[in-house]
Design a protein around this ligand. Sequence first.
Ligand SMILES: Cc1cc2nc3c(=O)[nH]c(=O)nc-3n(C[C@H](O)[C@H](O)[C@H](O)COP(=O)(O)OP(=O)(O)OC[C@H]3O[C@@H](n4cnc5c(N)ncnc54)[C@H](O)[C@@H]3O)c2cc1C
Length: 322
Amino acid sequence: MAKVLVVAEQRDGRLKKTTFELIGASAAAGNETHVVLLGDGIQGLATELGHYGANTVHVANDAGLKFYTAEAYAQVVVALAKSLNPDVILAAHSPTGRDLMPKVTSRLGVGLASDCVQASFEGGKLKVRRPLYAGKATAEVEFVGAGPQVATIRANALGIPKPDTSKSAVVSAVAVTLAGVKTSVSEVVQGQAGRPDVTEASIVISGGRSLKNAENFKMLEEAADVIGAAVGASRAAVDAGFRPHRDQVGQTGKVVSPNLYIACGISGAIQHLAGMRSSKVIVAINTDPEAPIFQIADYGVVGDLFAVTPALKDELRKLKDH
Ligand SMILES: Cc1cc2nc3c(=O)[nH]c(=O)nc-3n(C[C@H](O)[C@H](O)[C@H](O)COP(=O)(O)OP(=O)(O)OC[C@H]3O[C@@H](n4cnc5c(N)ncnc54)[C@H](O)[C@@H]3O)c2cc1C
């Protein structure tokens, strides 16, 4: 059994699904599972973390933690890690986790296995798998030497356990003293809201250059709205100005691992595959039967996306209505 510290993520008082995945995986392995929850006015979230298997929730509640900054958050996580002395620290491979954990590990003087797609525990030791060479190979990583074994895990890699409302966690308040913090966020201006981020959604519908313009992406948005999916894009679509860069999937965009990835009019260039090949089920719609995307697709439709996508939306709606 290992002592595991999970770094929770919340925004606007709502916990991220990736946090539940990390807690669930740790608890299922029989580990002593601690969670650090940072923010302002977030004490109420500790109960939900208990439902997913956290034994102890360390609540760092402070006005200085209202908005995420690597400086402030790293101070709290490092101080807690030093006093708690966990065997393992887990965080999501989200934009926050990618920013925060290198700072935390450098301050603790330990290594970091990032962007992992599998995690298991054997005799208190963490073993992880992480893709290499744009997903063409996978490395199995074990940790050597002293200090916590630290990993960031891709969203949707571990699966969300069923919450058990009979379970509860011990709640422990963290005394926060932020020293020498040089940056603070005064306001966060939300982008277009309403649709999940590609890295967090369990279904992503992406479009490529063949969509021809930004207006045509509405077709994908309508299909996405039926099933609560996120809308992604290839770099060609982003470079053409059809979608903002935050939606780009791939080597120079975001890495996604949804349960279902639907690629509409995307050729399947290696740089795009680098961002989505670990999706559980891949569906490709493309007029060219030789398009490389079909080599990794579980299901393929050789056809015109302008005909297939609206038909897909109608079928999804029917399924949802029944
Ligand atoms: C350093 C570097 C980094 C990169 N990073 C990324 C990245 O992060 N993400 C990324 O996506 N790319 C990235 N690229 C670009 C990548 O190489 C490809 O150019 C890009 O992915 C192509 O996008 P696309 O599939 O939309 O366009 P195309 O390659 O032009 O493919 C369009 C596809 O649509 C199909 N099609 C056309 N009309 C229809 C229709 N009516 N219905 C159905 N199908 C149709 C065509 O058959 C074709 O397969 C990178 C490149 C480099 C060099």
